[in-house]
Design a protein around this ligand. Structure first.
Ligand SMILES: N[C@@H](CCC(=O)N[C@@H](CS)C(=O)NCC(=O)O)C(=O)O
Length: 207
């Protein structure tokens, strides 16, 4: 049995979707963000020193980082189904998107959110975050032209990882500036296990 340490309104929804997609036996231990700071409660630090979510307990091992959890669970349970065959050009593309989601893509989006939250004048950060956001989103938009999924015309872990980025963009109200991302966002949200993950997330959100 896998235990998912899940924080409300978080990247952990990716892992709910993945676990549902893989039809694995799992339980959710839910945590709520602090209503003022939006940070995770201290209890999560007892699970992993960073005190962040998602974290899974799997066969006596604690695994943090949504990208690592995604790659590992797919490798062990769905290689060739939710990932292209290894040592192929599609597999390289798949890896790039998995890592892109938690590196190049997330950084400018978070910077922009933090700058807006602070509401201060910045010398450099606001323009940098805006320019980088435009750069990464234009790249994603262009990459999705004429496609339903990012890689090999089928759902892979890369789409599950990118779903959080796409949801942030939808929540910001700007998705229509990027028509191919907008179509992709709609398509992913209607995916049965993505929809189910949204319902499960709601059930565990007391915020
Ligand atoms: N790179 C990590 C990021 C984990 C992360 O920052 N999670 C956020 C939720 S989306 C969190 O736990 N924030 C609460 C906090 O930092 O206190 C991953 O992909 O899992």
């Amino acid at each position: 049995m896998i235990t998912l340490h899940h924080l409300n309104k978080s990247r952990s929804k990716r892992i709910i979707w993945l676990l549902e997609e893989l039809e694995l036996d799992y339980q959710i231990k839910a945590y709520q963000r602090d209503s003022q700071t939006f940070l995770a409660p201290a209890e999560l630090k007892a699970i992993h020193p960073l005190g962040k979510s998602p974290v899974i307990e799997y066969e006596q091992q604690i695994i943090a980082e949504s990208g690592a959890i995604t790659e590992y669970l797919i490798d062990t349970h769905a290689a060739g189904i939710l990932a292209p065959t290894k040592v192929t050009p599609e597999y390289v593309e798949y890896l790039q998107w998995i890592h892109f989601a938690e590196s190049s893509a997330i950084l400018p989006l978070l910077l922009r959110m933090f700058v807006a939250k602070d509401g201060c004048l910045t010398n450099f950060l606001e323009d940098y975050a805006a320019a980088e956001t435009e750069k990464v989103l234009s790249y994603v938009n262009q990459s999705l032209e004429g496609k339903r999924y990012l890689v090999a015309d089928k759902l892979t872990g890369a789409d599950i990882m990118m779903s959080f980025i796409v949801e942030l963009l939808v929540a910001s109200g700007e998705v229509d500036k990027y028509p191919h991302i907008a179509n992709y966002a709609k398509q992913l949200s209607l995916h049965p296990n993505s929809f189910k993950a949204g319902e499960i997330e709601q059930e565990h959100d007391k915020g």
